[in-house]
Design a protein around this ligand. Structure first.
Ligand SMILES: NC(=O)c1ncn([C@@H]2O[C@H](COP(=O)(O)O)[C@@H](O)[C@H]2O)c1NC=O
Length: 190
């Protein structure tokens, strides 16, 4: 099954996987405190926000995970003091689903003292608190659902979503709460 990009959010950990048919030559890199999806070859650097974007951004004791440029305003709203639910809902609705051939949904999550998951599709907006590992994807599994995918550490979460049985894995990131912040991990399949 092809579900496109997906994320899994739990109460202490989270993970994001890029799966792609159209832009498979991509990887995740660490830049300052954030993780960014970029083309594998630097010569292919692009300003297409559906191809290259920040997918993980920590903000104090919370971390944002997302499949596009909405990761940034969600993080900025958290830094301003917005509750996680409001930062997600406002940013997802403001940017809305992607204006591509598939009306690709935006998906995002926040891991923190309270963890949330959300998506905005052409037909709706869902933002809800997470109490058990919960998955949402751009296609097929486009409403949050509980998942058996085990996300037990940053590296374990990145590996687990990378290896999950959905087609066209490209790269993945994992995040895990630590005493005073977050650790992150990258799985580029190399
Ligand atoms: N975030 C991403 O990494 C990403 N990769 C591809 N897309 C969008 O989804 C469309 C379909 O891509 P694909 O066939 O690779 O699943 C692309 O035309 C592009 O508009 C993306 N947008 C949202 O998921």
């Amino acid at each position: 099954m092809y579900v496109g990009r997906f994320l899994v959010i739990g109460s202490e950990t989270g993970a994001y996987r890029v799966s792609s048919r159209s832009f498979p030559n991509r990887k995740i890199i660490e830049r300052d405190d954030r993780l960014t999806v970029v083309p594998t070859d630097a010569a292919d650097e692009t300003d297409n926000p559906y191809v290259s974007y920040n997918c993980v951004r920590p903000v104090d004791d919370r971390v944002v995970v997302g499949n596009g440029s909405h990761t940034d305003p969600i993080a900025e709203k958290l830094a301003l003091g917005y509750p996680a639910r409001d930062a997600l809902a406002l940013s997802l609705l403001a940017l809305d689903f992607e204006k591509d051939d598939y009306d690709t949904p935006r998906i995002a999550g926040i891991v923190g003292p309270e963890s949330f998951i959300g998506t905005v599709r052409r037909d709706g907006l869902v933002v809800e608190e997470v109490t058990e590992p919960t998955l949402v994807a751009t296609y097929e599994k486009d409403s949050p659902e509980s998942t058996e995918i085990a996300i037990e550490s940053a590296a374990g979460a990145a590996r687990a979503v990378y290896d999950a049985d959905f087609e066209h894995a490209v790269c993945a990131a994992g995040v895990a709460r630590t005493g005073d912040g977050f650790e992150t991990a990258i799985e580029n399949g190399d």
